[in-house]
Design a protein around this ligand. Structure first.
Ligand SMILES: O=C(O)CCC(=O)C(=O)O
Length: 272
């Protein structure tokens, strides 16, 4: 696979053991300056362009955000980021694995002036057709993201449960998780202001949500979903959603076999 290597994206992000341990305990962490400042404008332009190229496939989730997926397959700048050693190195350290593969990448555009509604509480694991808990999403705003723009909140420790696994992102998942928070007195880590290039990482089992975007600008966020490079796919995906995602993101995979198709490169191995 040809990757356009950029020096700044090959530079290691220094993650402390304390930060890795905190992620493993809480199921989420916010890290500063993950996307190097010199790369942000170019990446934002590339993400907007790639989103536009894929616009026919755009999906609107509950009016909360608009997504297109696998931008790395249509844009060289996005590919350099998605397959970068810097971000994959963080993901592998947080997950405690030798390497990570790409599940997919996606935009999370939340329209301004309140048109981008709140993101309901949910667990991503509902959608992921993988036999591992070692899954993490890097979520990065490509413009400054104040509280009014809707950065994410997380429930600390919720990644150790699968209580909302049966619910897709919807009012039902929102009601269900809000009730759990209340009843079980769960710890909500409130949304924090994020500068462009700061990134949050959350497990696919961490409950998360966001407020609406009341600013005048669209929230231009981009995400990369990684999983343990040694993971397998399930023998039976169990739900229709997972079956659909299995076919889409792991084309030709053998049921129960390695989750490793041409769409899921092991990122760190690209640099051996
Ligand atoms: O961007 C949002 O509001 C939600 C993002 C999300 O659900 C995710 O990254 O898994």
């Amino acid at each position: 696979m040809v990757v356009n290597v950029r020096a700044t994206l090959a530079e290691e992000y220094i993650l402390s053991q304390t930060e890795a341990t905190k992620y493993q305990k809480d199921g989420h962490i916010l890290l500063k300056n993950v996307v190097p400042a010199s790369e942000i404008d170019e990446l934002r332009t590339a993400v907007l362009k790639a989103h536009q190229a894929l616009i026919a496939e755009e999906e609107d989730f509950q009016k909360a955000f608009r997504i297109t997926q696998n931008l790395w397959e249509v844009n060289d700048v996005v590919r350099a980021h998605v397959l970068s050693k810097r971000y994959a190195g963080i993901a592998a350290k947080l997950l405690g694995c030798r390497d990570v593969r790409i599940y997919h990448d996606l935009t999370f555009f939340k329209d301004g002036q309140g048109k981008g509604a709140p993101t309901p509480w949910h667990q991503d694991g509902h959608y992921w057709p993988l036999d591992t808990d070692k899954c993490v999403t890097l979520w990065v705003p490509l413009i400054d993201c104040p509280l009014e723009m809707g950065p994410m909140s997380f429930v600390s420790g919720s990644h150790l449960t699968r209580n909302a696994e049966h619910l897709e992102i919807s009012n039902s998942s929102d009601d269900f998780i809000k009730e759990l928070i209340e009843k079980e007195n769960l710890t909500v880590a409130p949304a924090q202001h994020m500068n462009a290039g700061d990134a949050s990482f959350h497990s696919c089992w961490t409950y998360h949500a966001a407020e609406s975007n009341t600013t005048d600008s669209m929230r231009i966020a981009f995400a990369i979903a990684y999983f343990d490079a040694d993971a397998t796919v399930p023998l039976h995906p169990l739900t229709e959603r997972r079956a659909k995602n299995l076919a889409r993101w792991f084309p030709g995979v053998v049921p129960g076999g390695p989750a490793a198709t041409q769409k899921n490169p092991a990122v760190l191995a690209l640099y051996d």
